[in-house]
Design a protein around this ligand. Structure first.
Ligand SMILES: [Zn+2]
Length: 243
């Protein structure tokens, strides 16, 4: 049994080294997410606190005290070591990509796609469009190599393709989901994506710009706010599963 860490310190689940780490409890976003479900402020601006990273071995995770048995293999791999030493990748993006490599090694391909998309958001914030495009393409490849995608994930694939400049693929993917008659909110987002892709628009857009204002839909007037206890993902699911 390893010794219990001192207060405020955690033991890395991969290498056992002790380091000081802050724990992160996400607050609720107060504004609508982007079309790829990047949360609105203030949660949007807190990405620097979403993951912990071991200063000794580089392992990154929401809680580095916990590690899947395959995590050590990923962290010891050439890919991972190369990433940690890659000066061309901004440090915060490196942290998300490191977590993505661990998730990929454990077979959690959709979660790895998500972490890779988070790296693209970091690139967006740093105004590095080439990195953002590359990581969005990587995220799409990971999503598509995993199990079948639900409507919410497919919307994120469509938006990632469009923002990576792959407009034909974005449009074809959106049309394929529309043909399956998804919930109304999903159809509205896809319709906006088709319009943006046709116009060659690679910019960020908010979910709010795809959905009619609540005043015109009185029966769903509370859709824009998070209900007590449901959490951010619960709110998003509600938004997207509305039929
Ligand atoms: Zn470590």
């Amino acid at each position: 049994m390893p010794a219990a860490p001192a207060p405020g310190q955690v033991n890395c689940g991969v290498c056992g080294a002790e380091s000081r780490q802050a724990s992160f409890r996400p607050g609720m976003p107060e504004q609508a997410p982007d079309l790829d479900l990047r949360p609105g402020p203030p949660l949007r601006g807190s990405m620097g606190r979403w993951l912990q990273q071991c200063p000794h071995c580089g392992y990154a995770a929401p809680e580095i005290a916990q590690a899947h048995p395959a995590a050590a293999q990923a962290v010891g791999g050439a890919h991972f070591r190369g990433l940690l030493n890659d000066a061309a990748t901004p440090p915060l993006a490196r942290r998300f990509l490191a977590w993505a490599l661990v998730l990929e090694e454990t077979g959690a391909l959709h979660a790895a796609a998500e972490a890779t998309l988070h790296a693209a958001w970091v690139a967006d914030d740093l105004n590095k469009p080439e990195l953002a495009r590359a990581w969005r393409r990587d995220a799409v490849a990971l999503w598509r190599s995993g199990p079948a995608l639900d409507a919410e994930q497919t919307v994120r694939v469509v938006d990632s393709l469009r923002r990576a400049g792959l407009h034909d693929d974005a449009a074809a993917t959106a049309e394929a989901l529309l043909a399956k008659e998804p919930p109304e909110a999903v159809a509205q987002v896809l319709t906006l994506e088709l319009r943006l892709a046709a116009a060659g628009d690679e910019r960020r857009h908010s979910v709010a710009s795809a959905l009619p204002p609540p005043s015109r839909r009185p029966h769903v007037s509370h859709q824009g706010s998070v209900r007590r206890g449901e959490g951010f993902m619960g709110w998003l699911r509600r938004l997207f599963r509305r039929g």
